[in-house]
Design a protein around this ligand. Structure first.
Ligand SMILES: *Cc1c(COP(=O)(O)O)cnc(C)c1O
Length: 403
């Protein structure tokens, strides 16, 4: 595309809103004049001349060389997500875990220390607590909602803070502005996993996060089809992640990028429905005698309601729920559900229920489960996009059947 057209396109997209950016950010048309971006299944790209190939490889010329480095589909996906998160740089990854690993490791070295919240995604805890220590990177885990603990955990060699908000699976909220100040004051890289909220509900860039990561496998795909991930943020740090990724190989496949870029077109409208369905199920659960405790970020009963309101546009598509009757009741409730899927995933069109005590966190002792906020009867609802009356009817009959 010539520079004049690029400038025109940039001018057109300037000041456009979230939904429009998610739909109208597209790879340039080919000479077929297709309306929807095609799939570029090619592992490499040709050079017109040997000199052009050399210029591309030594960085004098921008363009595609090899799909591990870049591809029109992965470019479209990441360019879009960059605009949605409002960051200056971004890189797509093969999965959410590739994003976790490749955002942290190349920015640290042996002797450094990480502070992370306890209630983060299971594999993220394991990477930080069982893999990095073998390479000399130490860590401290803190309660996500306890600012004193975050502050006290900072050491001279702390180089990175890693946080998820809302937290998994208990939906506690991190004070993103407080953590930002703490990082700036101590010269620490500020890394936020924004998977649960998505950029539609929360933009860590507003809190000056250095790195924002996603498992695109969840709400971004939203239809339970592909794995994918992304690292976004400041160019200074993302460039380091990019060089690490293009050499070590956890690049996103063009097919998955094509799926994910299409998915982003409907992210806003899907999130609106995930959130409204969650609010309605929450209102139903609030009235049930079977329920001991409920957690939803935008419920006035949430201990961090004001903070959640400030940081998130809506409350999200997940509900935490403690049923009366402990672990056995949790198991009985899951077995009595007819419509809901029993799976460890979240952020799908299909409503999902998970019982961490008997599945995702079963390797932890009961005391360790309590330490991360998982009580024996704790259930996590991931609201899908089915009709809310059908969702509520299924929950209602399973509550009765499991008594
Ligand atoms: C699922 C998940 C991940 C890991 O993503 P994968 O795509 O499964 O590799 C990381 N963080 C959060 C919050 C997640 O939910």
């Amino acid at each position: 595309m010539n520079l004049c057209l690029v400038a025109k396109k940039e001018q057109l997209m300037k000041d456009k809103r979230f939904e429009t950016l998610a739909i109208r950010t597209q790879t340039d048309q080919t000479n077929q004049k297709e309306h929807s971006t095609p799939l570029f299944l090619t592992s490499s790209f040709t050079f017109d001349t040997a000199e052009q190939g050399a210029a591309l490889f030594n960085g004098d010329l921008e363009g595609n060389q090899y799909t591990r480095f870049s591809n029109p589909n992965t470019d479209e996906f990441i360019n879009k997500l960059k605009l949605l998160e409002g960051t200056e740089a971004g890189i797509s990854t093969a999965s959410g875990m590739a994003a976790v690993f490749a955002s942290i490791l190349p920015n640290l070295k042996a002797g450094d220390h990480i502070v992370a919240s306890k209630a983060i995604f299971g594999s993220s805890v394991l990477v930080i607590s069982t893999i990095f220590p073998d390479y000399g990177i130490d860590y401290t885990l803190v309660d996500v909602d306890n600012n004193d603990q975050w502050e006290q955990a900072i050491k001279k060699n702390t180089k990175l803070i890693f946080v998820e908000s809302p937290s998994n699976p208990t939906l506690k909220i991190a004070d993103l502005a407080f953590l930002s100040k703490l990082c700036k004051a101590n010269n620490i890289i500020y890394c936020v996993d924004n998977c649960f909220a998505t950029p539609y509900l929360q933009q860590p860039n507003e809190y000056d996060a250095d790195l924002i990561i996603h498992s695109a496998t969840k709400y971004i795909d939203g239809q339970g089809r592909v794995l994918g991930g992304a690292i976004l943020g400041k160019k200074k740090y993302v460039d380091i992640c990019y060089n690490f990724l293009r050499r070590t190989g956890a690049s996103l496949s063009p097919f998955n990028a094509w799926v994910l870029s299409k998915s982003l077109e409907t992210l806003a409208i899907r999130m609106d429905r995930h959130c409204s369905n969650a609010e309605k199920l929450f209102q139903f659960l609030e009235k049930q005698e079977d329920v001991l405790e409920l957690s939803y970020p935008h419920s006035p009963n949430h201990p961090q309601y004001a903070l959640a309101k400030k940081q998130m546009k809506q409350g999200g598509g997940l509900i935490g729920c403690e049923l009366k009757g402990g672990k056995e009741r949790g198991v009985r409730f899951l077995n009595a559900l007819k419509l809901h899927s029993l799976t460890a995933n979240l952020g799908d069109t299909r409503s999902i229920v998970t019982h961490p005590a008997s599945t995702t966190h079963t390797k932890l002792s009961e005391a360790e489960q309590l330490e991360v906020g998982i009580t024996p009867g704790f259930i996590r609802f991931s609201l899908g996009l089915e009709h809310i009356d059908d969702i509520i009817e299924d929950v209602k009959q399973a509550l009765v059947a499991s008594r």
